[in-house]
Design a protein around this ligand. Structure first.
Ligand SMILES: NC(=O)c1ccc[n+]([C@@H]2O[C@H](COP(=O)([O-])OP(=O)(O)OC[C@H]3O[C@@H](n4cnc5c(N)ncnc54)[C@H](OP(=O)(O)O)[C@@H]3O)[C@@H](O)[C@H]2O)c1
Length: 309
C-alpha cells in the first residue's frame, strides 16, 4: 500500500517508517522542514514538505501522493510542566484539532481507505471507575482546569477520526512513551528531572500509568494499518502501575537517588491540581483489545524491564 505519514520525522515516525517499508509498503513522509527531507530519503520514504496547520499545503501534498492509508502522528509538546499543562500542549492541541481536520479532508478528497491517528491512554479517560480501563470507558470531561483545552483536543481528534464514515477511522491511544527519541530516554527531559529528584511521589502515589516502548507503539501502528477496524485501541504494555511503584523503580534503573515523597498539599503548591491528579488519581489502560484484534504483542511487556534497558 501507499502510506502517507504525517509526523514521519518524530519519535514514533522514525520507528514507524522503516517498519512500514520493511513490510513492503511505499511511504510518503511529511515534514515542515526542507532540511529534514534527507533523513526521510535515508529511511526509504519519499519526503513532502507541508505545514499541517495550512489546509492548502496539506491538500496539495496528499493529492499528489494519492495514498491508500494516512497516519497522523503529529505532536509538538513544548514542555512537561503540569502547572501549565494547556500552555505546554497548545501547539499539540492545534495539531489535534485543526491538523486532524485538514488531514481528514485531504484524505477524503483522495478516498483513503484507512486513517490511523495518535491519541493518549491515561488522564483523558478520567479518574473514577476501574483502575485499569478498556476502550469502552468514555472520555471524562471532569478534568482539572489546566488540562481542559488538551482534553477537548483529544476528544475532538477521537470523535473526528472514528466518526469519519467514508474511511476506516482508527484511533490509537498510546501509553506514556519511553525509549529512543522520547523524553524518557537518556538525556531526555523526564529522565533528567528524575535524576535531579525533581519529580516526587505525591500523596499516596496511587495514580495508575500505562507505558509503551516507542518501538512497540510503532509495531502496533503497523498492525493497525493492516488490520485496524473503525474504533479505538489502547496501545500500552501489560503492566499498568501506580506512581508509587514505577517512579522509584525508574529512579533505581537510571542510577538516580530515590524520589522524594511529598504530601498532597505540597504537591498541589508545586505542580498544581493537574500534577496532583496525575500522581494520585488517574487510571491505567488495558491492551486486551489490541492484542486480540490487531494480533499484536508488546516486545517490552513491562516497563520494569523496558526502563532498565
Ligand atoms: N504518549 C506519549 O507519552 C507521548 C506522545 C507524543 C510525544 N511524547 C513525548 O514528547 C516528546 C516531544 O515530542 P514532540 O511532540 O516534539 O514530537 P516528536 O516526536 O518530535 O514529533 C513531532 C512530529 O510532528 C511533526 N510536526 C509538528 N508540528 C508540525 C506541523 N505544524 N506541520 C507538520 N508537521 C509537524 C514534526 O515534523 P517536523 O518537525 O519534521 O516538521 C514531527 O515529525 C517526544 O519525544 C515524546 O517523548 C509522548
Amino acid at each position: 500500500m501507499k502510506i502517507f505519514v504525517a509526523g514521519a520525522t518524530g519519535a514514533i515516525g522514525r520507528q514507524l517508517v522503516p517498519r512500514l517499508i520493511a513490510g513492503g509498503h511505499r511511504v510518503v513522509g511529511m515534514t515542515r522542514s526542507e532540511s529534514k527531507q534527507a533523513a526521510l530519503w535515508e529511511m526509504g520514504a519519499e519526503p513532502v514538505v507541508a505545514d499541517a496547520l495550512d489546509p492548502v499545503q496539506v491538500a496539495q501534498v496528499v493529492a499528489s501522493a494519492q495514498p491508500d492509508v494516512m497516519i497522523h502522528e503529529l505532536t509538538s509538546i513544548g514542555g512537561l510542566n503540569p502547572r501549565h499543562f494547556d500552555r505546554d500542549f497548545a501547539a499539540t492541541n492545534r495539531l489535534r484539532t485543526e491538523g486532524t481536520d485538514h488531514l481528514l479532508s485531504a484524505g477524503r478528497a483522495v478516498g483513503v481507505k484507512r486513517f490511523v491517528a495518535q491519541s493518549y491512554a491515561g488522564w483523558p479517560q478520567g479518574r473514577t471507575g476501574p483502575a485499569v480501563k478498556s476502550e469502552e470507558e468514555p472520555l471524562d470531561p471532569a478534568q482539572p482546569r489546566e488540562m481542559r483545552e488538551s482534553w477537548e483536543a483529544i476528544r475532538h481528534l477521537e470523535a473526528a477520526v472514528t466518526g469519519a464514515d467514508w474511511t476506516e477511522g482508527v484511533v490509537l491511544r498510546y501509553g506514556g512513551l519511553y525509549g529512543p527519541g522520547t523524553s524518557m530516554a537518556p538525556g531526555g527531559e523526564q529522565i533528567e528531572m528524575v535524576r535531579r529528584r525533581r519529580i516526587p511521589v505525591v500523596g499516596n502515589g496511587a495514580g495508575v500509568w500505562s507505558f509503551i516502548h516507542v518501538a512497540d507503539a510503532a509495531e502496533a501502528t503497523v498492525a493497525a494499518v493492516q488490520r485496524g477496524q473503525r474504533g479505538i485501541y489502547n496501545v500500552v504494555d501489560d503492566e499498568p502501575a501506580p506512581v508509587a511503584e514505577w517512579l522509584p523503580r525508574l529512579a533505581a534503573a537510571i542510577g538516580a537517588p530515590k524520589p522524594y515523597r511529598v504530601p498532597r498539599w505540597l504537591g498541589r503548591l508545586a505542580a498544581g491540581e493537574a500534577g496532583v491528579v496525575m500522581m494520585t488519581e488517574i487510571r491505567g489502560a488495558s491492551n486486551a483489545k489490541a492484542k486480540r484484534e490487531l494480533g499484536w504483542e508488546p516486545g517490552h511487556p513491562s516497563w520494569r524491564q523496558g526502563f532498565a534497558q
